[in-house]
Design a protein around this ligand. Structure first.
Ligand SMILES: [Zn+2]
Length: 215
């Protein structure tokens, strides 16, 4: 099954850099949006806004310049036979809804059951950011994190849960602040072994209701 999945680095995700607009073109586009909103981009308070927005975009979308496989490339095998679950929980992330380009703010819980090799724990957080700092939908981001861990580390199992609030839902549209979306991807032992999944869910503090979901 995993062999048929698209690689998270599939070129469809990364636009051809040769076709990238210049900074001046990007700033001009922001001025158009300011005018579209009904304001005057030439007034004092807005004069530097386009360049600030573009600098912000460089942070918001830094993930396009990162190769998630490279982040996990350095692994360690001297682990004294450690063969229990490794969990990094409550990884805060900021992503951007690809439908409305407004923030998705949430937490990720990432776990794996190593097969001999482990990765530095901060790399799990960097992996989350590499996918978060792009235009996203939460379901895809969840799958990308899990699939990359599986592909690179080839562990016995992977579990990823994302919980996030979507500002496209809280600040516009149905205006439901406080609603959070939960997505998960369980692979290997996390999918097949109920006790592994239960252990993960109890570590990250999720109710047993979750233990029947293995999307
Ligand atoms: Zn949206």
């Amino acid at each position: 099954m995993s062999a048929t999945r698209n690689s998270p680095n599939a070129s469809s995700d990364i636009h051809d850099q040769a076709d990238r607009p210049s900074r001046e073109e990007a700033e001009a586009a922001v001025r158009v949006l300011i005018r579209w909103a009904g304001d005057n981009p030439a007034r004092e308070g807005l004069i530097d806004t386009p360049s600030r927005v573009i600098r912000s975009y460089e942070e918001f979308f830094a993930g396009y310049a990162q190769n998630p496989h490279d982040i996990l490339a350095r692994t360690f095998s001297e682990v004294q036979g450690y063969d229990e679950m490794i969990v990094l929980k409550d990884i805060r992330f900021e992503s951007y809804c690809e439908h409305h380009m407004v923030p998705i703010i949430g937490r990720a819980h990432v776990a794996y059951l190593p097969r001999e090799r482990v990765v530095g724990i901060s790399k799990l957080a960097r992996l989350v950011d590499a996918f978060a700092k792009r235009l996203q939908i939460q379901e895809k981001m969840t799958a990308q994190i899990a699939d990359t861990l599986e592909e690179v580390l080839q562990p016995l199992g992977v579990g990823v849960i994302l919980e996030a609030t979507h500002q496209c839902m809280s600040t516009r549209g149905v205006h439901k602040a406080g609603a959070s979306m939960v997505t998960s991807r369980m692979l290997g032992t996390f999918r097949d072994d109920p006790s592994t999944r239960r252990e993960f869910l109890s570590i990250v503090g999720h109710s047993s209701a979750f233990s029947v979901s293995n999307s």
